[in-house]
Design a protein around this ligand. Structure first.
Ligand SMILES: Nc1ncnc2c1ncn2[C@@H]1O[C@H](COP(=O)(O)OP(=O)(O)OP(=O)(O)O)[C@@H](O)[C@H]1O
Length: 600
């Protein structure tokens, strides 16, 4: 209902705008609409996926020049002649070129950690501006003029008012599909990128694909904005597509709020209106002409980052949330949804993970030295040992984060040493993290649903067009069920970041079990918890064991481990020093000396 009334209000506002605004205001509204479309792509890319691009203006340039070139050049090269001078041909060409460049840039940079994408987009921004300025066929620095009036389906967009309808209709459609995307399994995969690659990969998310999706959508929005720009100005030249313009789009995203889709509209409007105003005011104050507004925007962004790091739209939304009465919990819409299919489970007592001779060398250091262990369905195995004993290293080998120097790992009957975390997740392994890795701005329910990522099939297009609702209801119902299982049913609609640490750890377990795993790896689950929270956690792990889940945990807390585990595996200096039932291990002299002795 809220979405519908918002959409109706937006359509009505766009409908009457040309009748109420002066021609100058219509021109400003058109510029804002085009800039907001580019910024929307940046919000998705930078604010939501956490990837920075300085090259969005260059993608706008591709869209604008493609339209201008097809519409103005009389003798087209044979490869493009079939597209004729049609505006649709220009749109298709601009989109195809922008997407092709985005695929190449993404393919080169996404597999590398670090700042390769921002650097790549700077290089791309500089190169394309140089190309536009020097290519004779594109008119060099003078550009291409004489673009005809845009005509679509027999309608001529020959006035600012008609162009306003078109530009804002495209922008509203882009806002709608982006909102749809973010409210879906695919959108959660893009959002999960901000939680770190390890978390995303461990949930079975294809990180490169998710980054590419965000980058391609942002490039497509920019190219469409360029097409609209060309037909609005009816003239293109290199300056509006320079690296400087790319930085201005980033400013708009930061000002509006890089994590909110409405921030794109707010940011573009604030930037363009204040630029217009400052361009009049500042030369007057300074007594001479100059681009003084650039200095003001630089300062504005610094001040904003200090006081409103999430931008204006997010600050307004937070204030509104504070002013509103707390909402009653949203109805459990998914509860009537059919349950998701579940994987075939091993029989109780069946060995599901068998590691033999695991050795991991870091240069001259043997972090794991010929370690062998196995885990059975329906048991809790605890790995303990003093600091530096090699527990985390072993955990990384078993979860696919690292590859052993030697040794074999068989998981559910298949060789798994060196498999990726994603492959391990697909095969039935789920994990939590020593330092919780949640998405604090997302709700508890959305965080839990990330765990069920591999249990859905619907793609990006289905998500954007809302053709995924049945599956989405099933995924959310599953997340709700797992939250109820860990005792967080009442917190579904709260922000994950607002939970105390103990509940955040429970949420991580709910997220992990939403994947329907056979083996759950818990990395120091009791760290930082109070006594009651530890008891609650131990009760939950016990229930999971009773349900047939195999649990392998790495833990420092002796009381917690001894009261819970079926078997304890003790390590020191990378090797196994004892292994058996808690009472036997506790009495083992080697353990007392190496580990428990320190406490005695
Ligand atoms: N990536 C790495 N490069 C080099 N040495 C490493 C690396 N990772 C771990 N080590 C070393 O391997 C040894 C085992 O470390 P590990 O983190 O596995 O121990 P741990 O038992 O988990 O310790 P803690 O309980 O303190 O977390 C340590 O000496 C550590 O310094």
């Amino acid at each position: 209902m809220r979405r519908l009334s918002l959409a109706a209000a937006a359509i009505a506002a766009v409908g009457v705008a040309p009748l109420l605004l002066t021609p100058f205001q219509v021109t400003l509204a058109n510029n804002i609409g085009i800039a907001a479309l580019v910024t929307l792509g940046l919000v998705l890319l930078t604010g939501i996926a956490g990837l920075t691009s300085f090259g969005q203006a260059a993608f706008v340039g591709i869209g604008a020049y493609a339209a201008a070139y097809l519409a103005t050049v009389v003798e087209l090269p044979p490869a493009l002649a079939w597209l004729g001078g049609s505006p649709w041909g220009g749109l298709a060409l601009g989109l195809a070129l922008a997407l092709a460049v985005a695929v190449v840039l993404g393919a080169v940079t996404f597999r590398l950690a670090g700042h390769y994408l921002p650097l790549g987009t700077i290089a791309w921004g500089l190169a394309i501006a140089f190309l536009f300025g020097t290519a004779d066929s594109l008119g060099g620095y003078t550009g291409l003029s004489g673009i005809p009036v845009l005509s679509l389906f027999g309608v001529r967009f020959d006035s600012g008012g008609r162009l306003l309808w078109l530009i804002w209709a495209v922008l509203l459609a882009a806002l709608l599909v982006t909102a749809n995307l973010l409210d879906s399994r695919q959108g959660r995969a893009i959002r999960a990128l901000k939680g770190g690659q390890l978390m995303a990969r461990s949930m079975g998310i294809d990180v490169v694909r998710a980054k590419m999706a965000a980058f391609l959508i942002a490039a497509a929005f920019a190219a469409i904005a360029g097409w609209l720009y060309a037909y609005t100005q009816r003239f293109v030249s290199p300056a509006p597509f320079s690296l400087g313009a790319g930085i201005e789009y980033l400013f708009m995203a930061l000002i509006g709020g890089a994590a909110s889709i409405w921030g794109a509209v707010v940011g573009a409007a604030v930037f363009i209106l204040s630029k217009e105003w400052l361009q009049d005011l500042l030369p007057h104050l300074a007594g001479r002409t100059g681009n003084f507004e650039a200095v003001v925007f630089g300062l504005l962004v610094i001040v904003l980052m200090q006081h409103m790091p999430d931008g204006i739209a997010s600050a307004v939304r937070r204030a509104a949330r504070r002013a509103r009465r707390p909402r009653p919990p949203s109805p459990a819409a998914g509860d009537t949804a059919a349950p998701l299919p579940m994987r075939a489970k091993p029989r109780p007592g069946e060995v599901i993970l068998d590691a033999r001779g695991i050795t991991r060398r870091f240069g001259g250091l043997l972090a794991n030295d010929d370690v062998s262990l196995s885990v059975r369905a329906g048991e809790v195995l605890a790995v303990i040992g003093p600091n530096g004993a090699g527990k985390s290293t072993l955990f990384n080998q078993l979860s696919g984060v690292d590859r052993p120097t030697a040794g074999t790992i068989v998981f559910r009957g298949q060789l798994a040493a060196g498999s990726s975390p994603r492959a391990m997740a697909r095969h039935g392994l789920a994990r939590t993290f020593q330092h919780v890795r949640l998405l604090p701005e997302l709700t508890v329910l959305e965080n839990a649903a990330i765990g069920a990522h591999l249990r859905g099939r619907k793609g990006l297009v289905a998500a954007m067009l809302r053709l995924d609702r049945r599956e989405e209801a099933q995924l959310l119902a599953e997340a709700r069920r797992q939250l109820a299982r860990v005792g967080l049913a009442a917190r579904c609609d709260d922000r994950a970041g607002s939970l105390p640490l103990g509940q955040q750890r429970l949420l991580e377990i709910a997220r992990a079990v939403a994947a329907d795993p056979c083996l759950l790896l818990l990395d120091e689950p009791a760290a930082g918890l109070r006594f009651e929270e530890k008891q609650e956690l131990a009760g939950l792990i016990d229930r999971l064991r009773c349900d047939g889940m195999a649990v392998l945990l790495v833990e420092h807390d002796m009381d917690f481990v001894m009261g819970l585990a079926d078997r304890v595996f003790v390590m020191d200096f990378g090797r196994e020093i004892a292994h058996g039932r808690p009472a036997d291990v506790q009495a083992d002299p080697a353990v007392l000396e190496a580990y428990l002795g320190a406490d005695a």
